[in-house]
Design a binder for this molecule. Structure first.
Ligand code: DAH
Length: 343
């Protein structure tokens, strides 16, 4: 009898049932009127009186164990069957959220595509640059305020040619002139870094596209025409440009370019602050000192250069009034560009 009790105990602990029907069959097998445990209780009557106490206890423990096990299996079978019943296989699946291009990426690619059509190649350079390529070779005097800690993130200061995060992509002009011989026609898209407080109009990280064209007899008229064609492709065929005299150490003469406001078409609105014009880029004829510093004969060759902020172009094109939207990754903002197609 002892062995039988142990055998049934072992079977109970191994017992597995998937459905309520199987649980009921197990209950009948162990605890039913003709069940194995019930049979042991019948046998118990003929146990010798001095053994009754021990076997009585063992049998009670076995019965309780069997009842608890059957209850637990029943509860498990019930929950799995209700879960199976409540599964609605006709329900549509979870939607897959497709990402979309970031507006800065769309604008950057659009600028590249336009200049590619004009025959420009794309050149890239390092984001961690040295003072020589960002400032010195571009004719910045040694004490120019842009070298100051206020504007530039230095990686290694105190060195004669310190490493720094480039503050503009004009450094790629220098690297290109060092490597190539004219004719040179490149645009240089890339990330730039400035030690600026973040606001609606400024950020410490942003993107620029630089342009450089060097050949024999390149004139300011060529520059003007290239910028006009770009502006019309970017902002619409009726776009006008105007050039205002300006100063950059690396160009002479230098200009800032405005486009006619694409919102009010020159009448004056709050985007153009009533002027009818929006500033888009800086440009000029490459200073002969800059050509010579990179080994290009300034008597034979001349060239023009320009540089624009990608975020700024994107703000003007899509009337975004705060630069910070581009960096906050708010899906409500980003999704507005999900159907944008580049030219
Ligand atoms: N590097 C200038 C800036 O970051 C932009 C610029 C102006 C680039 C005039 C040029 C240029 O190539 O000719 O503000």
């Amino acid at each position: 009898m002892k062995e039988q009790i142990e055998k049934i105990m072992a079977e109970l602990s191994e017992l597995k049932c998937q459905t309520e029907k199987e649980v009921e069959e197990a209950r009948v097998r162990f605890l039913g009127k003709k069940g194995e445990i019930t049979a042991l209780f019948d046998e118990f009557r003929s146990v010798a009186p001095d053994m009754k106490r021990e076997f009585g206890q063992r049998l009670n423990v076995l019965k309780k164990e069997a009842q608890a096990r059957i209850e637990a299996l029943k509860a498990a079978a019930q929950t799995s069957s209700t879960a199976a019943q409540s599964e609605d296989v006709t329900m549509p699946g979870d939607p897959l959220d497709l990402g979309s291009r970031h507006p800065v990426s769309i604008a950057r690619q659009e600028i590249i595509n336009i200049f590619r059509k004009f025959g420009y190649d794309v050149a890239e350079g390092p984001e961690i640059e040295d003072d020589y390529h960002v400032f010195e070779a571009l004719n910045f005097p040694p004490n120019h305020p842009a070298r100051d800690m206020q504007d530039t993130f230095f990686v290694s200061a105190g060195h004669p040619n310190p490493l720094l995060l480039r503050t503009h992509t004009s450094s790629v002009q220098v690297r290109t002139m060092e490597k190539m011989t004219p004719p040179i026609r490149v645009i240089c898209p890339g990330r730039v870094f400035r030690n600026e407080a973040i606001s609606a109009r400024a950020h410490c990280i942003f993107h620029q596209v630089e342009g450089l064209y060097i050949d024999e007899n390149v004139t300011f008229a060529d520059l003007k025409q290239a910028i006009l064609l770009f502006a019309r492709e970017m902002f619409g065929a009726d776009t006008q440009i105007r050039m205002r005299p300006s100063y950059f150490p690396f160009t002479e003469p230098s200009a800032e370019v405005d486009v006619s406001c694409n919102i009010c078409h020159g009448k004056g609105c709050n985007i153009c602050k009533g002027t009818g014009w929006l500033e888009i880029l800086g440009c000029g004829m490459v200073d002969p000192n800059v050509l010579e510093a990179s080994g290009i004969d300034s008597k034979k060759y001349s060239g023009f250069a320009f540089g624009m902020g990608v975020e700024r172009i994107a703000m003007l094109k899509w009337q975004v009034n705060d630069l910070r939207h581009y960096f906050e990754n708010d899906l409500r903002f980003l999704r507005e560009f999900s159907t944008c197609v580049e030219v």
